[in-house]
Write a protein that binds this ligand. Structure first.
Ligand code: HEM
Length: 264
């Protein structure tokens, strides 16, 4: 038995006491508390997705595509929960949001280092999206830029499996921005034209597309939430709000998996 003032095992194991002390609303609005809670839930889910993506990358390096696929499919489950979280956000009427919106100051989701770490790990390495002070404050982010992304490892795996992945992509500077490549598109075309002959690569491609699809689904729903809450107003981070997010929505992870469909 615990002493009367000690946390019980459940609370002590996962530090639930610390967890529930991490919400500090700046107004009396109960909606602000919900806003903080759902933002924290999403941050933790970004981390869960990241954990699995990191696993998938490690398994690919070991030439275990089936294990990589299992990790990606777990990540996709977490992504579905992430998308579902927008339901809770939409429970807040716009007038209630406006009660506390100004207290956010310039705080914005663009400053989420866990979201950016996930993007970097998957392969979207747009360093212009991160302030250099944040790269210093979150060393994990800077360290990630020195490692090949998940997509880099996918291309290396395909090359080791005998596919003609262009040389410059196998040895590319990990921190640089990935540019879609015709040679890679041809590799995916070969895979999709003969799924049974390229089973491992095909299964991997389908899991990657599922991840990319869910990521874009999350972004698209975020945009709808933003239109619902802000209309055409500017974002707290200083962007044009929905207009800026519409351009972000055009990005696709693993781009050749999308473009090759026009040719298949
Ligand atoms: C009322 C709810 C929300 C509104 C009105 C909103 C609004 C915005 C706006 C306008 C932007 C563009 C940047 C800016 O100027 O600030 C943005 C970016 C972003 N928001 Fe939200 N947001 C909301 C909820 C959330 C939640 C709950 C999360 C997840 C924790 C989130 C994550 C992000 C991320 C990651 C970005 C950057 C997207 C990128 O760089 O691709 N947002 N948000």
């Amino acid at each position: 038995m615990n002493e009367p003032n000690e946390p019980n095992e459940y609370v002590g194991y996962a530090r639930m006491d610390a967890l529930h002390s991490l919400q500090e609303p700046r107004t009396e609005s109960p909606f602000e508390m919900s806003f903080i809670l759902i933002s924290q839930v999403k941050e933790l889910l970004f981390r869960m997705v990241h954990l699995e993506v990191d696993q998938a990358r490690a398994r690919l390096r070991e030439d275990c595509p089936a294990a990589a696929c299992r990790a990606l499919s777990r990540a996709v489950r977490h992504q579905r929960v992430l998308i579902g979280c927008w339901e809770s956000m939409n429970a807040m009427p716009v007038d209630e949001f406006l009660v506390f919106r100004d207290t956010l100051g310039q705080a914005s989701g663009t400053q989420s280092f866990m979201y950016r770490l996930l993007e970097f790990t998957l392969g979207n390495r747009d360093t212009a999206m991160v302030r250099s002070a944040d790269l210093d404050a979150f060393p994990q982010l800077r360290a990630e830029l020195d490692r090949p992304s998940l997509y880099d490892e996918v291309l290396r795996f395909l090359a080791r499996s005998g596919f003609p992945v262009p040389e410059h992509l196998r040895t590319r500077e990990p921190a640089s921005r990935y540019e879609p490549d015709e040679g890679v598109e041809k590799v995916w075309l070969a895979v999709y034209r003969d799924p049974d002959g390229h089973r491992a690569a095909y299964d991997l491609a389908e899991q990657l597309l599922e991840m990319a699809y869910r990521f874009s689904h999350w972004r698209a729903t975020h945009l709808l939430v933003v239109e619902r809450m802000l209309g055409g107003k500017r974002g707290s981070g200083g962007s044009d709000g929905a207009a800026w997010l519409r351009t972000v929505n055009e990005h696709r992870f693993f781009p050749e998996l999308w473009t090759m469909r026009s040719v298949l």
